[in-house]
Design a protein around this ligand. Structure first.
Ligand SMILES: *Cc1c(COP(=O)(O)O)cnc(C)c1O
Length: 222
């Protein structure tokens, strides 16, 4: 519980966080941050922070996605036409984040799913054109890996191909199930996860850390 805004306020905890985040980045298949401080200003590498739970990790990722889409948002506020795509089966923290972000719950559009709540990627192009035709700007698409209710993983590879092509920020809510990445048997459930821009990963769920502890990771640290 040290204040962690800068390294000097909590040097040992900040170092552990740095190495922990790097370990997780590698598991996702992203480039880890250099440990040589002189190299920190160069190159493309991932980044992340530990948060007090997956809900805060999701909120943090969506704040980053929104700033990426609208770089002057901190100065001028929400333009009022922002949209997020997520399956109806997504965790309640996604809608809550939209509320906290001042975008409103109605800015979350539901992607088509099968009856167990798994996203159907073939329906995405149609939905995205429809939303854009309404004059909306999509700041992020959120998929679950896995969903809280059914424990099922959305097809990240197909969704990621689409978001990369359409230049839409892809957030993977892996709060519940990203820990499958450390299993050689089950990591295939997250196939395609490297295509995402951000991922939430709870250590207090499948990693069995006894206190609330989550991470939000980014493919690109900037
Ligand atoms: C548990 C969970 C979260 C976040 O929950 P916290 O209690 O805030 O860690 C987010 N998404 C999914 C899919 C979850 O299962």
């Amino acid at each position: 519980n040290n204040p962690m805004a800068i390294y000097e306020m909590g040097p040992s905890a900040a170092s552990i966080e740095y190495f922990m985040v790097n370990w997780m980045l590698e598991k996702v298949g992203w480039t880890k941050a250099p440990t040589d401080i002189g190299k920190l200003s160069q190159g493309d590498f991932g980044g992340g922070v530990l948060t007090n739970g997956g809900s805060l990790a999701n909120l943090t990722a969506l704040i980053a996605a929104r700033t990426h889409a609208i770089p002057d948002i901190w100065e001028n506020g929400n333009p009022g036409n922002l949209a997020i795509l997520a399956p109806e089966s997504c965790h309640y923290s996604i809608k809550r984040a939209a509320g906290i972000l001042g975008m409103g719950h109605h800015s979350v559009y539901h992607m088509k799913t099968d009856k167990k709540g798994v996203v159907l990627p073939d329906a995405l192009p149609g939905l995205v054109s429809e939303i854009r035709a309404e004059g909306k700007k999509i700041i992020a698409l959120v998929a679950s890996a896995c969903s809280t209710g059914f424990g099922l993983y959305d097809p990240l590879e197909e969704i990621g191909k689409f978001t990369n092509q359409e230049n839409i920020w892809f957030h993977v809510d892996g709060a519940h199930g990203a820990s499958a990445l450390i299993s050689n048997t089950y990591k295939t459930l997250l196939k395609g996860v490297q295509r995402a821009d951000s991922i939430s990963w709870d250590a207090h769920k499948l990693l069995r850390v006894p206190a609330l502890c989550a991470a939000v990771l980014f493919r690109n640290h900037t």
